[in-house]
Write a protein that binds this ligand. Structure first.
Ligand code: CA
Ligand code: CA
Length: 476
């Protein structure tokens, strides 16, 4: 595999362990050579190889320890899990530790995957249970009727997360906070000040004990909240902005379109609200069935007496135009105030190219004939449109970036032309370096979200993923 002209044969797998120090490790297996990876350790594997990852707790006599799911480059609760080394990867294994506090001894600690759980707990289950659920069994000693145990979490619980008890007795999940359940003195769960651990109190044969046997209490429960990651909050709608998860609570997004633009939920694009000038008066008679689909290629349209300057591209707004073969005197002009028109002018490439219609046509062909044909390409298109309004704003305020972007795109056109024609495409390494510098400059003016996607894009360039996907060669 080629990475910027350097042959790349291996990718790096980095392991992270979340939980108290030394609580567990990851075993990576490829063929017959298992490798133990402690927190922060890494290993190199051949490009494309499949690795089996198994998370193991390190047993100690004073506490029970349990694997509670993957985070980072791997998700879910499957253990073992497999990954394919098609890029550098980082995986995080999370672990909890439980010990009894009063009333008796923990006799069992098992993990329950909330998505496949065998007990009737689906009612009122919190949307996010980042560490799944655990089933803690406790055998009480002597005359004790109440037992308590403490669970040390992999990371501090978000402020809005709660400890939920999920089981038959509660007919699903309930907020098990001790002050909610019993006024802070009986059954329930209490976080410590740092929210790194939770202590659960439960009465044998009480309202919340799921084990019918006397002297034994059981408690399927877990950390839950409305969200854990931003994607837990995503409502799928573009025009109300990207929702985020803050301390276990979803926060509404910021609408992506600036003043003067309207939002199109179908295309995930901001569109300029502009005054459209239409030539009327029935002149020419050529339009017949309501006009020719036409689009407007620039950011602003000055009211004029003819529509002749309006040209090209994709979206369709019926605008009557005079037939091209005859010259027709336009007799009247009707100005329709504040009509919403879909305008491609928000596109940063259009902005950078200053309306160079030949170049824009080639970029449209790149999108429609090459990028849309692969999942990776479609993802780049989606990212491009997601950030288009912001990139355009940056370009508008930074003439230097505009000029360098134009030069970059024009420099890439021959290779893009080759790709579209199905020929072998080659890009000079210097052009790639120019591209990386433009990305860097753009980053310094970008929002955190855009910065993050630009970082990923740069990584795709550095790792060779971008050019390999489209079979483009880099020449030194
Ligand atoms: Ca019991
Ligand atoms: Ca949204």
């Amino acid at each position: 595999m080629c990475d910027g002209g350097v042959c790349k044969t291996k990718y790096t797998l980095t392991a992270h362990i979340q939980g108290i120090t030394g609580i567990g490790y990851i075993q990576a297996l490829r063929g017959g050579d298992p490798l133990t990876l402690n927190d922060g350790a890494s290993a190199n594997y051949p490009v494309g190889s499949t690795i089996t990852l198994t998370a193991f707790p390190v047993a100690i006599t004073t506490s029970y320890r349990l694997f509670t799911g993957w985070q980072g480059g791997q998700s879910g609760f499957q253990n073992p899990a497999t990954i394919v080394m098609n890029s550098n990867k980082a995986v995080t294994a999370t672990f909890i530790q439980a010990h009894d506090v009063s009333g008796g001894n923990i006799s069992a600690l098992t993990f329950i995957d909330p998505s496949t759980q065998p007990i009737n707990v689906t009612a009122n289950m919190p949307h996010a249970m980042p560490y799944g659920m655990v089933h803690v069994g406790m055998t009480l000693m002597g005359t004790a009727t109440t037992g308590s145990f403490t669970i040390q979490l992999p990371a501090p619980a978000p402020l809005n997360a709660k400890w939920y008890k999920c089981g038959k007795k509660t007919s699903g999940c309930i907020d098990f906070s001790r002050d909610v359940i019993s006024g802070g003195i009986g059954d329930g769960a209490v976080f410590n000040a740092e929210r790194t651990e939770v202590t659960v109190y439960i009465t044998d044969q009480g309202l919340y004990d799921d084990d019918p046997a006397t002297g034994i209490i059981a408690d399927p429960s877990g950390l839950g909240s409305a969200c854990f990651t931003n994607s837990d909050c995503d409502d799928g709608a573009y025009c109300n902005g990207q929702e985020t998860c803050n301390q276990g609570q979803c926060v509404a997004g910021t609408p992506p379109c600036s003043a003067g633009y309207s939002c199109n939920e179908q295309t995930d694009q901001c569109t300029l609200i502009t005054s459209t000038t239409t030539s009327g008066g029935g002149g020419g008679g050529g339009g017949g069935g309501g006009g020719t689909p036409t689009t407007i290629a620039t950011t602003s349209v000055a009211p004029t007496t003819t529509t002749a300057a309006i040209t090209t591209t994709t979206t369709s707004v019926p605008v009557p135009v005079p037939p091209s073969t005859t010259t027709v005197a336009v007799t009247t002009t009707t100005t329709i105030p504040t009509t919403t028109t879909t305008v491609k002018g928000i596109c940063p490439a259009t902005k950078a190219l200053g309306g160079d219609s030949h170049a824009i046509t080639i970029l449209d062909m790149l999108r429609d004939q090459i990028l849309t044909k692969t999942a990776a390409g479609s993802q780049y298109i989606a990212l491009y449109y997601k950030h288009a309004p912001e990139i355009t704003r940056i370009i508008e305020s930074q003439p230097d970036i505009e000029g360098r972007s134009r030069k970059l795109i024009l420099g890439l056109l021959p290779a893009i032309g080759d790709l579209i024609a199905g020929r072998k495409a080659t890009i000079q390494d210097g052009t790639v370096q120019d591209g990386l510098m433009v990305i860097d400059t753009l980053s310094t003016h970008a929002s955190p979200t855009l910065q993050q996607d630009l970082r990923q894009f740069k990584q795709d360039i550095h790792s060779g993923v971008l050019f390999n996907t489209f079979k483009v060669k880099i020449r030194k």
